[in-house]
Design a protein around this ligand. Structure first.
Ligand SMILES: *Cc1c(COP(=O)(O)O)cnc(C)c1O
Length: 412
């Protein structure tokens, strides 16, 4: 199981640690984090229980070592070269073609990209996608943030916000005057996923815009059910942040073009029409992070080589079965999301019995090189949050549950 010990992002610095072994010895110049004494109980997880890779964060998330190696291999001819020239543009072209194939997009859908990640895309949508009024399903930190951005915009009507408590999701409701229905495929803060479906009875000219930042590439979706499916690369696409990508239907493109031609003032850096025009030329309006583009294109190719979205989603299904199956059988762990079909297959949230402090479990895991299993802070629960993105080995989820059991046992 431990064929990839060197991939451990944090090497245990204890003198007694045998796991550093030959393979994992820190190379010169690599700073090894030193554990502050007293920061976590001194519990050493046996080597045989550890996952092959210790990264379980929900974003930024595990980047496959092969993707980093591929980047290193082209670094001298690719990094530090112009994004207006053929080299970088061919990567963007490969990325756009790959996404079209991965999501089985109809020919008339377009792939638009720009800088700034999903949070910046929300501002772009406030200016260039929402005509007057949007409806938002608000059921966690991320879905509520987009609604707040809209509420603050003086040129739009107050948004229609439908709330649901953390751990559940609301459903959209067709309402007159709503021209964008804003859904979230996977609420990363709570581990709730929902199906992407057009609201029954919605006006034909209204758009469905889906924040798929943590769902895209790990959950199945039918392009007929959305007009704009947008995401950033640091989650299921196992790349780095700072970029947004939007899969746009002809209706979304028409909306972008119409608003752009109106007299609404739009800041140039978040102008969707400018982004659309540049994307059609396999470019971005301003300088993109070339490493991010490369890692994203490489991950899309990896998914396609494996068999496409079904392959990637299948890996997430497998991981989710491993995680929730363990929690349901456990005496001290329980899936946070009550309804099994709303339990996310890409980000799992697991409540622990009050007798087992989740914060301490996370600290011990971190000291052993298993990182970023902490729950979303503002949720304030005794909870672990575990990413199950396609890059994460389903077997590593099993290994993680064994590590958690070991730590919980050692703490009791
Ligand atoms: C991570 C995340 C975001 C924020 O993405 P950034 O690229 O950091 O702006 C937004 N929505 C969801 C659902 C997310 O998971």
């Amino acid at each position: 199981m431990l064929s990839h010990v060197p991939d451990q992002p944090v090497q245990h610095s204890g003198a007694s640690s045998s796991r550093d072994g030959d393979a994992g010895a820190p190379s010169p110049g690599v700073r090894v984090p030193v554990r502050v004494p007293g920061s976590a109980p001194d519990i050493t997880i046996p080597l045989s229980l550890l996952p092959s890779d210790g990264r379980f964060g929900s974003g930024p998330s595990k980047v496959r070592p092969d993707a980093v190696d591929a980047l290193a291999a082209v670094a001298r001819s690719y990094m530090g070269t112009s994004h207006r020239q053929a080299g970088v543009r061919s990567i963007v072209g490969r990325l756009r073609a790959g996404l079209r194939s991965l999501f089985s997009l109809p020919d008339d859908y377009e792939i638009v990209l720009g800088n700034g990640g999903t949070t910046v895309f929300w501002d772009a949508a406030v200016f260039g996608l929402i005509e007057r009024k949007s409806q938002h399903l608000s059921f966690g930190e991320f879905s509520s943030k987009f609604a707040s951005a809209v509420a603050a915009a003086p040129h739009l009507d107050a948004p229609d916000v439908i709330d649901a408590p953390p751990g559940t999701h609301p459903l959209p409701a067709a309402r007159e005057g709503v021209d964008v229905y804003a859904l979230t495929h996977n609420e990363t803060s709570t581990g709730v996923m929902m199906d992407v479906r057009r609201p029954d009875g919605a006006a034909p000219e209204s758009l469905v815009a889906v924040d798929a930042t943590s769902g895209a590439g790990g959950l199945r979706v039918d392009p007929e059910e959305f007009d704009c499916y947008y995401f950033a690369p640091q989650k299921c696409f196992g790349a780095d942040g700072g970029l947004w990508v939007a899969l746009c239907s002809p209706a979304a493109v028409e909306r972008i073009e119409r608003i752009s031609a109106s007299d609404r003032w739009i800041p140039a850096s978040i102008d969707l029409k400018t982004a659309l025009d540049n994307s059609r030329l396999d470019q971005t309006y301003n300088t993109p992070a070339l490493a991010t583009l490369f890692l994203l294109a490489t991950q899309v190719d990896w998914m396609l080589e494996g068999g496409g979205l079904e392959f990637a989603a299948g890996r997430c299904d497998h991981s989710a079965e491993n995680l929730y199956g363990w929690a349901e059988a456990s005496s001290y762990a329980t899936p946070f999301v009550a309804k099994p079909d709303e339990r996310s297959r890409v980000v799992g949230t697991i409540d622990l019995d009050p007798a087992v402090d989740a914060g301490t479990v996370c600290q011990v895991l971190r000291a052993n090189g298993v990182v970023d299993t902490d729950s979303y802070r503002k949720l304030g629960r005794n909870q672990l949050r575990i990413a199950m993105f396609p890059a994460i080995e389903p077997e590593d989820i099993i290994a993680l549950t064994r590590c958690i059991d070991f730590v919980a046992d050692a703490l009791s």
